[in-house]
Design a protein around this ligand. Structure first.
Ligand code: ADP
Ligand code: MG
Length: 580
């Protein structure tokens, strides 16, 4: 097959331009990304070999090699993992699948200062393309396990890439970077320096469960090897056999180590590897379960919601390991849907390595773990609320809408979810309130927690329904997320107080006595206006059920009220939007 030239997809081209012009200041992370991909490829191969014994791949020595050539100014990262087929190379390397890319690029263009742009790149993460921050040409040679022919992909990042068949490619993937000249002049940025490579691997990839090795030629002699009493013996040994490549990472599973042994930075790097996010997480949650069913969990709450949190097919769930062996990504069975933003690792001691998604869904132990993990996440949010109010505010802004979905289905945890939820309120323009705080502020004789749903704060505040409440100084929660329409019907009360919509039925604002007075007054006036009301009911006909005098308006002349069990206008809109 001759060399084919392809054009990068538009989004990919734009992203590459930004990498080439390097608006991201921490260029070292390119190596983290390559090692992360290599590690994923090794995980995939081991799993595939486990499930398919006709694959015929050698899985006895899975590892990652780093090879630097100072003279040629190249750096190669090689793995003997799953590899990619010709089509996979085109699909995975030539295009960007992430659905948020277009939006991201638009924001990036609008971001005026470099710091804002850098923040966006960090949030998005660019994976393989990060190589173009330090290289002016990237060559990838790969052969998929089970296939006989390999593929060579090469690009300078300038709009096109070439693909040709590589007959002699070993199974797995190697990525070779031709480093930009500027990077080799300064020791700090010389990515062919063994010292530099070691430092980056230690810093970003230490926990990777596969050995990351560096060819011995490239390893500078350490103090131990140079001096010492038996220097002569070492020399003799060297002349007999080439020295073993050095393994740079410790490969320790962070979740199995005690909290005191692991730095926050180490946890954060693990988070970045599994989430593909370049930012630190908001919260790290550790859990050790002992007893008959032993497992460890290391969970993370990201600091920003991903673009596709509400799109169909959003990946959710944590990584599942069994006795330190990676089993699967996105293990849905371990995390409820409303906690789909949680990332992390769960390592179980007593599951079979062959466990499938179907088995997991039905496994009683897994269901138990699922419940305990959900409770642990909710209690951690509660702790965050008390100890770090600012962090909690960020959490709520990013994930509150998702968490509230749990009020619909998770009866067990309903109170826990209500307890960590907050809501916009007429009490304060800027600060949301918890239900607990609302209850503490309730007026003498106020029986219910009042709320109104709507499209925006302004829309609700301008609603005629608000008038009586404003006049009386009664606090109203302003619920503007689409999910609010739904959960308010499912949640009858908090702390013994009913949740009442002010837009439905009779707004119960007054004490019993006041109510009797008002009712008597209304009766009287209803009589007075009987003729007018009958006439109006007849005129409006089909459009209304009833026309009655209102006790709730102070300024507006009229308003439309639904029956207590009717669908609200906003929910009608939502159903309409969903095509129902
Ligand atoms: P991400 O890792 O977030 O998916 P990347 O840009 O890092 O994004 O990589 C894109 C895709 O290319 C990966 O998802 C993977 O399918 C494929 N890929 C990259 N590197 C390798 C590799 N060393 N071996 C096999 N597949 C790889
Ligand atoms: Mg990647």
């Amino acid at each position: 097959m001759p060399t084919e030239t392809f054009e990068f997809q538009v989004e990919a081209r734009q992203l590459l331009q930004m990498m080439i012009h390097s608006i991201y200041s921490n260029k070292d992370v390119f190596l983290r990304e390559l090692i992360s991909n290599a590690s994923d490829a090794l995980d995939k191969l081991r799993l595939e070999a486990l499930r398919d014994d006709t694959l015929g791949a050698d899985v006895s020595d899975l590892h990652i090699d780093i090879e630097a050539d100072k003279d040629a100014r190249t750096l190669t990262v090689r793995d003997n993992g799953i590899g990619m087929s010709h089509d996979e190379v085109v699909r995975l390397i030539g295009t960007i699948a992430n659905s948020g890319t277009a939006k991201f690029l638009k924001e990036l263009k609008e971001a005026q200062d470099p710091a804002a742009a850098e923040g966006l790149i960090g949030q998005f993460g660019v994976g393989f393309y990060a190589s173009f921050m330090v290289a002016d040409e990237v060559t990838l040679v790969t052969r998929r396990a089970g296939e006989s022919k390999g593929t060579r992909w090469a690009s300078t990042g300038e709009g096109t890439y070439t693909i040709e068949t590589a007959d002699d490619a070993p199974q797995g993937t190697s990525v070779t970077l031709r480093l930009k000249p500027a990077d080799t002049e300064d020791q700090l940025f010389d990515y062919t320096s063994p010292w530099k490579i070691k430092e980056i691997v230690k810093r970003y990839s230490d926990f990777i469960t596969w050995p990351v090795k560096m060819a011995a030629e490239a390893v500078e002699p350490t103090a131990d090897a140079e001096g010492g009493a038996d220097g002569e013996n070492a020399e003799n040994a060297e002349s007999m056999a080439p020295p073993e490549p050095e393994t740079l990472n410790s490969m320790k599973a962070l979740w199995a180590r005690s909290r005191d042994d692991v730095s926050d930075d180490e946890y954060h790097e693990l988070y970045k590897h599994i989430s593909h996010d370049w930012n630190d997480p908001l919260e790290t949650i550790r859990m050790q379960a002992e007893g008959t069913f032993e497992y460890q969990a290391l969970l993370f709450i990201p600091s920003r919601a991903p673009q596709d949190l509400f799109s169909q097919g959003h990946k959710r769930g944590v990584q599942l390991y069994v006795k330190r062996v990676f089993i699967m990504d996105d293990c849905e069975a371990l995390m409820p849907e409303y906690l789909r933003f949680v990332k992390g690792v769960v390592d179980a001691q007593d599951l079979s390595l062959n466990v499938s998604r179907e088995i997991l869904q039905q496994d009683r132990q897994i269901q138990l773990m699922h419940r305990r993990l959900a409770k642990k996440v909710l209690s951690s949010i509660k702790e965050m609320m008390a100890a770090h109010p600012e962090r909690y505010a960020t959490f709520w802004r990013e994930f509150g809408r998702v968490l509230k979905e749990g009020l619909l289905g998770d009866f067990d945890n309903r109170d826990a979810i209500l307890g960590v939820s907050s809501f916009a309120t007429t009490h304060d323009e800027a600060e949301p309130t918890t239900l607990q705080q609302y209850v503490e502020r309730m007026k003498e004789g106020q029986q219910h927690i009042f709320f109104m749903t709507g499209e925006s704060r302004a829309a609700i505040e301008n609603s005629p329904h608000m008038e009586a409440f404003r006049a009386k100084g009664v606090e109203v929660l302003l619920l503007t997320d689409p999910v609010d329409e739904v959960w308010v019907d499912a949640v009858p009360e908090f702390d013994g107080k009913q949740l009442r919509s002010i837009a439905k039925g009779e707004a119960d604002l007054d004490t019993e006595e006041e109510k009797k007075e008002v009712e008597a007054e209304r009766e009287k006036r209803q009589q007075e206006f009987a003729e007018l009301l009958t006439w109006m009911t007849a005129r409006l006909g089909e459009d209304v059920k009833e026309v009655r005098l209102s006790s709730r308006l102070t300024v507006s002349p009229a308003c439309i009220v639904s029956d207590t069990h009717d669908v609200t206008p906003a929910l009608q809109n939502m159903y309409r939007a969903m095509g129902q």
